[in-house]
Write a protein that binds this ligand. Structure first.
Ligand code: FMN
Length: 304
């Protein structure tokens, strides 16, 4: 197979290929190490981290649905200190860039976390999850109010030197407006989409399938909507886009790149096939070779 150039750029970050494993679907990385060499991935994003540990939502927290998965994990995580002490050291053995997904309940918490991660060795970038309710503003989700999202991106941008990726919620009417707001705030890249608010009911027990009633839908069921959103955002902003939502294989990856994504993330796919990421990388190489394309960057936004 002729060699082709798979490198892509996200802010200051150069990834050797565009395949990133998404937050919450790849544990803390180490759990997947027996399935393939993790150094082959473009980047790894572990479970989202908050300042303090979080216990998450009551069970059941996962429900399989037609073509997808509804989860209500509730951002369970060990918190900043425990992550640095017991989870981060594993990544220092890897060559793959580590991007930290983080979130807060207030703007102050987001800033504090960005500052703390800025001082830690071995972190290549930050992915800020803004799909969280701001407890100070009565629970309005940061990611659904363009002004709040702008202010948050602006404040956090000043708190860190690391590449700042802002991860958008798809639960909005105008995704391009949200993207423009965080770009103006100073985001170096935008990742989309997070999960779609969803629910399921058991008709026999007449009870919700999830302990939290509502959760977030991911997987192939959301792919066409996520793709449309990536395309809309591609037309609205200049910063690189990391696309995701139901990507299962190399064909899906190519589709998102043609729609304007510079890189992609795979989430639910990892839960079905732990080797999904590495298989997608192999499939991308095959596609490029068969189509005589020497650089993947030529495909970004190149449909139509
Ligand atoms: C079980 C589970 C846990 C997740 N946890 C997080 C998280 O902690 N932070 C975050 O930003 N996104 C989280 N997500 C969202 C994924 O990273 C991704 O944005 C979403 O699932 C869409 O991609 P997919 O269809 O490929 O899974 C989670 C998704 C799932 C299924």
């Amino acid at each position: 197979m002729q060699s082709c150039d798979l490198t892509v750029k996200i802010g200051n970050l150069v990834l050797k290929n565009p395949v990133i494993v998404s937050s919450g679907t790849f544990g803390f990385g180490e759990e997947f190490k027996d399935f393939f060499d993790l150094n082959q991935l473009g980047a790894i994003i572990p479970k989202g981290i908050s300042l303090e540990p979080m216990a998450g939502n009551p069970p059941p927290r996962i429900f399989e649905t037609e073509g997808g998965l509804i989860n209500s994990i509730g951002l369970q995580n060990p918190g900043f200190q425990e992550f640095i002490k017991n989870k981060l050291p594993y990544y220092r053995h890897l060559k793959t860039p580590l991007i930290i997904n983080f979130f807060g309940n207030t703007q102050k918490e987001y800033i504090e976390l960005a500052r703390r991660f800025d001082d830690v060795r071995g972190i290549s970038g930050l992915e800020m999850n803004i799909s969280c309710p701001n407890i100070k503003k009565g629970g309005i989700v940061f990611g659904t109010d363009p002004r709040m999202a702008y202010r948050l991106a602006h404040a956090v941008r000043k708190a860190t030197k690391l590449t700042l990726i802002v991860k958008l919620s798809p639960n909005v009417t105008d995704i391009a407006l949200m993207a423009k707001s965080v770009e103006e705030g100073g985001a170096n890249a935008i990742s989309l989409v997070n999960t779609f608010r969803a629910m399921a009911i058991n008709i026999h027990s007449k009870k919700p399938e999830l302990g939290n009633i509502m959760g977030g839908l991911s997987g192939p069921a959301i792919k066409p909507i996520a793709l449309r959103m990536v395309w809309e955002v591609h037309q609205a902003v200049k910063v690189p886009i990391i696309g995701m939502g139901g990507i299962m294989n190399a064909e899906d990856v190519i589709e998102f790149i043609l729609a304007g994504a510079s890189a992609i993330q795979m989430g639910t796919a990892n839960l079905i096939n732990p080797r999904a990421g590495i298989e997608a990388i192999q499939g991308i190489k095959k596609y490029l070779t068969q189509n005589k394309i020497d650089r993947i960057q030529k495909l970004i936004g190149a449909f139509g």
